[in-house]
Design a protein around this ligand. Structure first.
Ligand SMILES: NC(=O)c1ccc[n+]([C@@H]2O[C@H](COP(=O)([O-])OP(=O)(O)OC[C@H]3O[C@@H](n4cnc5c(N)ncnc54)[C@H](O)[C@@H]3O)[C@@H](O)[C@H]2O)c1
Length: 262
């Protein structure tokens, strides 16, 4: 395995001839991950509900000499996943790496016990990772292996005030789904890990966490004393997806400035 799937190429490029499917790649962390994969030689499928912004990510990659394609995808919809994977197979002939990154914020809802919000958070943040895994495991198997990285959060590990329960629960589901994927498909050459960002730049759907006073209070518990930026998450994700991590699977990686250490 270690010699072929994601080796560092001639120019130190780790993902030459690989196809990376990144969800939520129209903005934020997903967009930064898509750009970085392309820089390191991968052909990238940019999956998102936001067409204009997703196409802009693709154009940016193409302008830098990379290869990318946009596919409109609601990650909570199984039919849309099937269509997106068909698109990837027709366009790129396969997929080697899946980054289940799309998500909505737990501070998007004012009432932490709201039932509709619970269902929305669970479907967009955790059903999505299962559906992507469901659709892409056969594709990765057909390639002789691959990597799935699921974007979780510190919210999977700690209870939090002013965050909808569904966010914590959905990110915890993604956490254990990653371990199950690692255990169940390791023999197929498929590795799977979860990545857990801490206090980052706000999401599009963030609510009270955009408030400077809320952020300042949170920051008191971040040992490194600063907000994380997308680049802080990109490098660990690319490392885990690369052959440098060929004997690493089923682990969680906290990218939180030390928050969970306290
Ligand atoms: N920003 C943070 O503070 C933070 C902290 C911990 C974890 N995370 C996680 O990191 C991931 C990326 O967050 P971000 O900060 O880049 O946020 P963001 O809001 O900038 O990006 C999320 C992307 O997901 C897309 N998306 C949302 N719902 C979708 C759906 N149903 N189908 C397809 N695409 C959909 C959005 O259009 C957007 O492009 C998320 O899973 C989030 O939960 C973020």
């Amino acid at each position: 395995m270690a010699d072929s799937k994601h080796s560092i190429g001639d120019n130190g490029v780790r993902f030459k001839d690989k196809v990376a499917f990144v969800t939520g790649a129209a903005s934020g962390i997903g967009r930064a991950i898509a750009l970085a994969f392309a820089t390191e030689g991968a052909e990238v499928i940019v999956g998102d509900m936001l067409e204009e912004e997703g196409v802009a990510t693709v154009r940016e990659i193409e302008t830098s000499g990379g290869k990318a394609h946009f596919v409109k995808l609601d990650v909570s919809s199984l039919p849309e996943w099937h269509a997106a994977v068909q698109f990837a197979l027709a366009t790129c002939n396969g997929v080697d790496i899946l980054i289940n990154n799309a998500g909505i914020s737990g501070t998007a809802f004012s009432e932490v016990l709201d039932v509709d919000a619970w269902h929305r958070l669970m479907s967009v943040n955790s059903d999505s990772a299962f559906l992507g895994t469901h659709c892409l495991v056969p594709v990765l198997r057909a390639r002789g292996g691959g990597v799935i990285i699921n974007m979780s959060s510190i919210s999977a590990i700690r209870g939090q005030s002013n965050v909808h329960f569904g966010y914590n629960a959905s990110k915890a589901a993604v956490h254990i789904l990653s371990k199950s994927t690692a255990v169940q498909f390791g023999r197929d050459g498929i590795r799977c890990c979860s990545v857990h960002p801490g206090l980052m730049e706000p999401m599009r759907t963030s609510g009270n966490v955009k408030d400077p006073a809320v952020r300042a209070k949170f920051m008191e518990r971040v040992p490194l004393g600063r907000t994380g930026v997308a680049a802080d998450v990109v490098k660990p994700v690319l490392f885990l997806a690369s052959d440098e991590a060929s004997y690493i699977t089923g682990v969680e990686l906290y990218v939180d400035g030390g928050y969970l250490a306290g």
